[in-house]
Write a protein that binds this ligand. Structure first.
Ligand code: HPA
Length: 273
């Protein structure tokens, strides 16, 4: 259980260094980190320097907090995250969300790479997350209750902000992007799923599958933040394409190929939320 003092220590460290009063923070998932290069008046802080921040051990995750100005507003971009499959607890992978809350951040944009489960999706699609399913993992809020970060029991009926979703849809439309919408299904990894698991996920209502995001979204909701989630469909999930295999190479290559288009869309959304 992480005590309140740890979050406070981390927030106090960052408050001395970042551009003041950030309202929005953006988490850039696998291979999607280049948006952080567009900030002005930048301060870059490696996660390893920030007290309490878990270190991402995955190559495609830079592990860098970037504070700067984006469309005239202070913002924080987090390039890379840690995952439960690396051995961290749900509470640890969401550590930074509570720190952001202490810094005054009230809007959190979460991005990720995900496998397409909905058979009408294509590799290269972007999916606006409308909701998520996380059945098989514990809550990041499990254990000792810290009232500074919200209620003991909290509502997730509108976890992914309807207001921000409308803005995202409008931005996609303006750019001629066909934006998919759907339910993100969390799986713990690090192995990709079996074809039978993917069929089960589809039956249960999942449209995309991935190994991140849900703990951070839940933690943000508990803190009262508005959350937007966007998935990049980097591959079709296991068993959908006959005789093909799911690989990290495909995930990172697709993410790299899409990163410019993704950045363009996210830039517009972030500037309007
Ligand atoms: N499964 C789980 N996580 C993923 C996938 C997938 O197919 N693609 C990208 N992240």
């Amino acid at each position: 259980m992480i005590p309140y003092e740890k979050y406070k220590e981390s927030a106090d460290y960052l408050r001395q260094r970042i551009i003041k009063t950030p309202e929005t923070a953006v988490v850039l998932g696998s291979g999607l980190g280049r948006l952080a290069d567009e900030l002005e008046s930048v301060v870059r802080i490696p996660y390893i320097d920030i007290p309490g921040f878990p270190r991402p051990t995955v190559e495609s995750h830079a592990g860098m907090l970037v504070s700067g100005v984006f469309y005239k507003k202070p913002i924080i971009m987090l390039s890379g995250r840690s995952h439960v499959y690396e051995g961290y607890s749900p509470e640890s992978v969401s550590f930074y969300v509570r720190v952001l809350h202490l810094l005054g951040v009230s809007k959190l944009v979460l991005t990720n790479a995900a496998g397409g489960v909905n058979e009408s999706f294509n590799v290269g699609d972007f999916m606006l997350i409308t909701d998520h399913i996380k059945f098989f993992a514990e809550s990041p809020a499990r254990g000792h209750h810290l009232p500074e970060f919200g209620e003991r029991f909290f509502d997730l009926s509108r976890l992914y902000s309807p207001r921000m979703r409308e803005i995202a849809k409008r931005c996609a439309e303006n750019q001629g992007i066909y934006l998919r919408e759907g339910v993100y299904f969390y799986m713990p990894g690090p192995e990709f799923e079996t074809p039978a698991e993917i069929r089960a996920i589809r039956t249960l209502g999942g449209d995309a599958v991935g190994m991140s995001t849900v703990f951070e979204a839940v933690t943000a909701a508990q803190c009262g933040m508005e959350v937007l989630g966007m998935s990049c469909i980097t591959n079709m999930a296991a068993g959908i394409i006959p005789d093909s295999r799911v690989s990290d190479e495909e995930v990172t290559q697709t993410a790299a190929r899409l990163s410019e288009e993704f950045s363009r869309l996210m830039r517009a959304i972030i500037s309007q939320i």
